[in-house]
Design a protein around this ligand. Structure first.
Ligand code: AMP
Ligand code: ZN
Length: 460
């Protein structure tokens, strides 16, 4: 199985640390608002990765954090605190906000058929672990204190740019990046931030350095080191490469002296109108609820839309792309349903070795899901028996996660239902010419009628 590793900027043969087991970490949501469709694209990509690993018979231990504290509105450890801001916006406590949006996020995952992680790790449940990790860094002499917190001195970690591949000198010279004048280096980042006025914030903790709250990257390092024995793959969106993941590597590898994750994988953005990234801070923010569910569109349509673009390419969102995906998923589900009507007992059929081999090599080529969807179409067009086609496609759906076995008939329009009823009467009365005429009429309106033990009608 080949995966593209951001560390080496190459597709590499995947080798797990322990035979047939994978430790997978995915950076989770900051629960101060709903997840938008862009965030959800990243979680769909990570779900596909996990399903492909499982399809290759790996046992995956998947950890996802829930950021229910901090972090600040910029990568430079500046700005307002997102959780505190969300709480004051809604007139609730930070904990109430976190619980509400965690539940909303889990519901989105269910709608999109994204498998839950093996372990959910809330940041507020892991504060002592973060403090302990900062203590280790302090003992190693890589931290320093300034007026607003304890910082990591990135000049003490020689491989600081190994993930970002950025030229550190140009970064140091870029004075505009350096917002905090007390910092020794532009790239230094907060491990612990002090409460400006202790007692004013809702979320603050005692620490050896004073009352405050953890910096952003320290949570993921502490949670990974606590829960994942084997640090195989770490994922997130591409916006995490240069700062968040770079900082996770610097502090974790300094603390342990060992490599922190062998593979780093990043999903590209969902963009909206003219290549602009969908972001929580912008008014282009679309949720699953307002873009699909409220419009009575099956949320799996969004999953289907996301699967059509390779995870390392930008995806464009538009109403039209959703309508196309809706038709595409409906057609595919109808074809599968049609096979189901004609097949008695699935146990009598066999997954096609030939097509499984093609499908496996496709998904194992750095998760080439758009091509894997084309393999599904090839199976449908092949000369396999209906039963073999069905069991083969349902097997592929373990990776695709489109619930092809359970898709319900979308209601047919009223005029089509009326024509079907008339045609049933004609057939009962053995008026074959009228039945044929009505079939043509239905077809002219864009629906296909197939007679069998049970009559099936679907959109062409
Ligand atoms: P956040 O809740 O902001 O920490 O983001 C959750 C995940 O969504 C992270 O992995 C981000 O990298 C990712 N993300 C943020 N914006 C987008 C976007 N427009 N398209 C795809 N992924 C995104
Ligand atoms: Zn993270």
């Amino acid at each position: 199985m080949k995966l593209y590793n951001t560390l080496t900027r190459k597709k590499e043969e995947f080798k797990s640390i322990k035979n047939k087991e994978v430790g997978l970490y995915t950076c989770g949501p900051t629960v101060y608002n709903y997840a938008h469709l862009g965030n959800l694209r990243t979680y769909i990509f990570e779900d596909i990765l996990k399903r492909v690993l499982e399809y290759n018979n790996y046992k995956v231990c998947h950890v996802m954090n829930i950021t229910d504290v901090g972090h600040l509105t910029s990568d430079e450890d500046e700005g307002e605190d997102k959780m505190e801001k969300g709480a004051s916006r809604e007139g609730k406590t930070a904990q109430e906000i976190a619980e509400f949006f965690t539940d909303a996020f889990k519901l989105d995952m269910k709608y999109l058929n994204i498998k839950e992680p093996t372990i959910w790790a809330k940041v507020t449940d892991n504060i002592p672990e973060q403090i302990d990790l900062i203590k280790v860094l302090e003992e190693k002499g890589v931290t320093y204190k300034i007026s607003d917190g304890i910082y990591f001195d990135t000049s003490k970690f020689s491989d600081y740019n190994k993930l970002s591949h950025l030229d550190l000198n140009s970064l140091k010279e870029g004075a505009r990046v350096e917002k905090n004048i007390e910092k020794r280096n532009a790239t230094d980042f907060a491990l612990w931030k002090f409460s400006e006025v202790p007692g004013e914030r809702q979320q603050e903790w005692e620490s050896p350095w004073g009352i405050g709250f953890p910096g952003w990257a320290i949570e993921c390092s502490a949670i990974c080191l606590k829960y994942l024995k084997n640090q195989d793959i770490h994922c997130g969106g591409i916006d995490h490469i240069n700062v968040h993941h770079t900082n996770e590597i610097a502090q974790s590898e300094t603390a342990t002296g060992k490599k922190f994750f062998n593979y780093w994988m990043h999903g590209d953005f969902l963009n909206i109108t003219g290549g602009k990234k969908m972001a929580k801070s912008d008014d282009n923010f679309l949720t699953l609820e307002n873009a699909l569910i409220r419009k009575n569109i099956n949320p799996l349509v969004y999953r289907f839309a996301a699967l059509q673009t390779h995870y390392r390419k930008p995806m464009e969102y538009s109403g039209e792309s959703i309508r196309n995906a809706e038709n595409g998923l409906m057609n595919l589900a109808n074809k599968v349903r049609n096979l189901k009507y004609k097949v008695d007992n699935l146990k009598n059929y066999k997954i096609s070795d030939e097509y499984k081999k093609i499908f496996l090599s496709t998904v194992n080529d750095d998760l080439n899901i758009p091509q894997a969807l084309a393999v599904v179409q090839e199976v449908l067009k092949s000369d396999l028996s209906k039963g073999d086609k069905l069991v083969t496609i349902l097997d592929f759906d373990k990776v695709l996660g489109l619930n092809l076995d359970e898709q319900k008939d979308k209601k047919l329009p009223k005029d089509i239902i009326a024509l079907i009823a008339k045609r049933k009467i004609a057939r009962n009365e053995k008026d074959w010419s009228l039945a044929d005429k009505l079939r043509d009429e239905i077809q002219e309106k864009g629906y296909i009628v197939e007679d069998g033990e049970k009559m099936v009608v679907y959109k062409s």
